[in-house]
Structures are given as C-alpha cells and as structure tokens.
Design a protein around this ligand. Sequence first.
Ligand SMILES: [Zn+2]
Length: 409
Amino acid sequence: MRSAMGKNNSDLTEMNRSAVVRILQQQEVCSRADIARQTGLTQAAITKIVASMIDLGLVAEVGIITGSDNRRSIGLRLNAGRHQIIGVKFARQMFAVGVFDISGKIYTQAETKYSLEENPRTVLDAMKKQIRQMLEAYGDVVSIGLAVPGPYLREEGRIAVVTQMSAWHTINFIEEFKEEFDKPVFIEHDANAGALAEWLFGGHPQPLHTLAYFLVGDGVGTGVIERGRLLLGVQGTACEIGHTSVDVHGPRCECGNYGCLELYCSAPAIVQKARQRAPECLPKGGPAGSGDACAAVFAAARAGDPKALEVVREAAEYIGYGCVTLIGAYNPDIIIIGDVVAQGGDLLMPAIRRVVRERVAPELHDRVRIEISRLRVDPTLYGAAATATNKVLQLPSMFSAAAKGLGAR
Ligand SMILES: [Zn+2]
C-alpha cells in the first residue's frame, strides 16, 4: 500500500508543479496560501513544491503582498524570462519559429511558407537557420520544442504518414535536431502539442480532468491530456481520430484506411468541396494555400452565400461526428477545437453542438464543454513551446544546471 502511494506521489508532484505554474502564469503574483486554496493542496505541500522551484530558479519571491484573504504574505512570481523556449511548428506548407518564456509570453515569431513540392532538405536547412538566428538573438534559451504533423512515431523520430507530403516520410527528426543544437530538443505530434498549450496556457477553469484538443487544419488529429499526462499509446500515435473511418466504404486515404474523418472536414477537404460547389467563393488567381482558401469560404458563408454556407455546415457536422467519437473514446470534460478550420468557429458551432446533442447520451453530453481555442498564438506553435516548457517543469534536474548557470549571471 505504502509503495503504491509513493509511486502516485511522484506522479502527483509533476502534476502539482504544473498546476502551480499555471496559477502563476495566470495571476502573475500570488501567495503560497492563494496557491494552496486554488489547487486544493495543503500549505505544507505547496511550501515544498515552491521551495524546489525557487531552488531551480523557476520561481522568485517578490516581497510582501496582501493576499485575497487580506493577510500580508510573501508574493511569488514565475522567474519566466530566465527560461526561454524556442517553439517550432512544422506544417505542410509553412514552418514557424517563435521565442517564448515558460509563462507562455511570446517575444518574437517568424513564419516561412514553402510549397508541397519543395525538397525536404532545403526546408530543414531554412528551419535550422531560423532557429540558430533566434538562439543568437535570445541568450537565455534552455530548450527547443518542435511540433510535427502525425501520426508521429515517437521512438523512431519519424512521421508514419504525412498526407500530401510523402517525401518527408523518411526524415528522422530526432537525428536531424539532436546534433544540430546544444540545447535539448523535444519533438511532439502537433495535436499533442496543441493539447499541452491549452493545458498550460489556455486559462481553462480548474479543476480539469481530461482535456481533448481537436486539431482541424491541413490534417485532423487529437491530443488528449488526462490529469496532466498526454495519452500516447505504445508508439506515441494514440488519439489519431483523423484516421478513423466515418464511412467504411468511403474513398481510400493515404494512411491506408477508407473514409477517414480527415477526408471530410480538414481544410483541404473544405476547399475541395468549395471548388466543386461554390468555386466563386475561392480566391482568384494562382493557387492559394488551404488556409487562405478556407478563410475565403468562411468569409463567403458569413456574407450569406448559400452554397458556401452548405459547404461549411457539412464540414461542421463531420467535426461534430469527431466530437461524438472523442466523447465516446475519452470522456473529456472539455474539447477545444483549434487550427485553420477553427477560424470558422461562429459558423461551425451550431451544427457541431446539434450533432453532439443528437448523438451523445444526455449524462455524458451534460458534462462536456465544446469550445473554439481562444489562444492568441497559433496553438501548434504555442504547443511546440509548451512541449519544451512541460519538460522543463517535469524534468527539473535536466535543466537545473542551465537554471543555476543563468542564476549566477
Ligand atoms: Zn486516413
């Protein structure tokens, strides 16, 4: 009994540390008593967690403040700027690199577009150059996080299927980045990264048990976090809801399955439907990226174009079927929809909510909130930074040398 408790306690410490960080991220300055009240943990537990975080240079004391209980106590704040993180989003037609701190504050970001036909080597070289430039410009970077489309084979460092980009299939991301930089690099599936961003930086009301981030963009995927931990599966490719069949007799998908959800509600799927049924809504001139084309379909629908509205409503229904599957599979308390297609949020939500209401048992339906992401930064880029931030918080010993070095400056 005791040893089982011990095991749970070490898990709890990680979870509790990130809970403390979340509160400090949202409130900037607060007391140990405030944190104890908001986390439901004992004062003794909070004192211990905070002491270890002060040791690591993650948290600093900032003099006497008056807490919400009107008592004077020592204020705490995140020592955020001393632990900067580079986040990298690798997507099908663009990559983005940004510098953040562990509180989620963004310092800078740069976006580079490329075409699907581009040689992966050229794209990787440009990405590494951009990262090096940011490392030179910001001196306190302790770690780099990279978010890639899935299904990402975590142990192998490879993406199993990159729809529309088969040339990337053989690229080993771990090897590409391991030798390149003298900072630890952490790689995560884009939807898992988005889930971490929502968990750490989303400001969702606590307590949160199970969070599902539903990425609907160039691809469709999900990241699920249960009590602070990502659900990964044996190869790290769990929760690939984009490649579950919504029509077992549907068209063949590049993943090998038939009628995958991704074929019905991803940004390219919406653009393809618009090309067939509402071509006048799409941008004129040369080929636009699916993000711009999707935005044009949403704009036409908002302006009342009936054919565009029909295309959007149909995609929303499929997103709704995806939510029904998510609720059945993971019983989340919140589903957050993000990425390109989420820009149509106001147009999508009525049909999504209707489908879920019609198809999910009321007892389950009543317990789940479905929302559009409210993060100001692209959740996948934010998530790339959150992936590395989460490691800094979970594996403090790995970063303690870096933190002490920075503290001594
Ligand atoms: Zn598929």
